[in-house]
Design a protein around this ligand. Structure first.
Ligand SMILES: [Zn+2]
Ligand SMILES: [Zn+2]
Length: 372
């Protein structure tokens, strides 16, 4: 069995060299599914989201197998004359909404998205069109430029600069909350890399303020409420205790935050960063606490950058809708989903993700353990 595995691994490595990165993971999955002799798969449920995932992996995965999922990015210059987000090219963007400045230079800059999903307007109509319902696309869509430098990312910013980015998230969240009573949900997110959906490589995040509560967020809230009713405690606070006691999925801990690979990850290396302090909404924390997010963020993204050669990922602030901001049953957190695989027909058809790596193993790999 051992010998077979290494032969397959060699074959895989040689094939992998000739293929674009995105195909590597497909090949890994096929390789794992088709070459497994004594296979086992497991269904796992995330207690907070109630989502089931299928863990399809061999019993004895070795961390060194992650090596062939690395990618080589094109080396970027610190300044690109054609990039609208680079310092010096400010005239190429819509008018600045907000900025943090130091010695006359901006450090973080917020602008309206030039191609917004939603726009601000006074009129707001909800109407029916026969059987269907529609409403005006009212809301806000902002871009938060994280650095003057074209070739930086959250993983490579200095801690002090990353603190400014975290503080900017917090300030914009509160400003958007105040700006329009019709806003019900604020989503802060970051698309890193082409397969994560980004269109510009210059480091930036986005914030969308919506006039509704999306079904997925409503579902998350309802499940948290149900757990609270049944157990009298917050499912996220309980998950923190469980992860600390189990240890193997934890990748970072300080006195304010815990970062771990969840028990039922949607994708390999999915990471949750949870604050110890129980709070439903990101906007409820203090500016000092907002700055402290920089430490776990730098550690988590820095390790992904180092260990997986800067993979594409999506980062999402999972915070309660504005009207639920004071509820006891919810607990805001940050979710990071590396794009090492692409959801396919099964995931889209079922909402059940197939993942090929155990979070206990991926967390060990991030912690630098040779094997588990
Ligand atoms: Zn740039
Ligand atoms: Zn909690």
């Amino acid at each position: 069995m051992q010998k077979d595995n290494s032969t397959h691994l060699q074959q895989f490595k040689s094939k992998a060299k000739a293929l674009p990165y995105r195909n590597l993971f497909f090949l890994t999955i096929f390789s794992e599914l088709s070459l497994r002799n004594k296979s086992m798969s497991e269904l796992r449920q995330n207690r907070a989201t109630k989502e089931w995932i299928i863990l399809a992996t061999e019993r004895s995965k070795r961390p060194h197998q992650f090596e062939f999922k690395k990618m080589k990015r094109k080396k970027l210059p610190p300044y690109d004359p054609d990039c609208p987000f680079c310092a010096g090219n400010e005239g190429k963007t819509p008018q600045e909404i907000w900025s943090k400045r130091e010695k006359g230079k901006w450090k973080v800059r917020v602008i309206p998205n030039k191609f917004p999903a939603l726009v601000f307007k006074e009129e707001f109509l909800r109407e029916t069109e026969g059987f269907f319902i529609k409403m005006d696309g009212v809301g806000r869509h902002e871009v938060l430029i994280e650095s003057q430098k074209h070739n930086r990312s959250l993983a490579t910013l200095a801690l002090k600069d990353l603190e400014e980015v975290c503080l900017a998230y917090w300030e914009r969240y509160l400003e958007l909350k105040k700006s329009d009573k019709r806003i019900k949900t604020i989503i802060i997110f970051r698309n890193h890399g082409l397969s994560a959906g980004t269109s510009l490589v210059h480091p930036h995040s986005q914030i969308i303020a919506l006039p509704l509560v999306p079904t997925q967020i409503r579902h998350l809230l309802e499940e948290a409420m149900r757990y609270f009713d049944d157990h009298g405690s917050c499912v996220f606070c309980d998950m923190i205790k469980e992860e600390i006691s189990f240890e193997k999925r934890v990748i970072y801990q300080d006195k304010d935050f815990l970062a771990f690979h969840p028990f039922a990850p949607r994708v390999p290396f999915e990471t949750w960063i949870l604050p110890f302090s129980h709070n439903a909404a990101f906007g409820n924390i203090s500016p000092a606490q907002a700055k402290k997010i920089a430490r776990p963020l730098k550690s988590v993204l820095g390790e992904l950058y180092k260990k997986l050669d800067d993979p594409d990922y999506n980062l999402i602030f999972r915070t309660a809708p504005l009207k639920d901001a004071e509820e006891d049953y919810y607990h805001w957190y940050i979710q990071i989903l590396p794009r090492l695989s692409t959801p396919a027909g099964f995931e889209l058809g079922s909402g059940v993700y197939i993942t090929t790596q155990r979070p206990e193993v991926t967390a060990g790999f991030i912690r630098g353990e040779k094997r588990i």
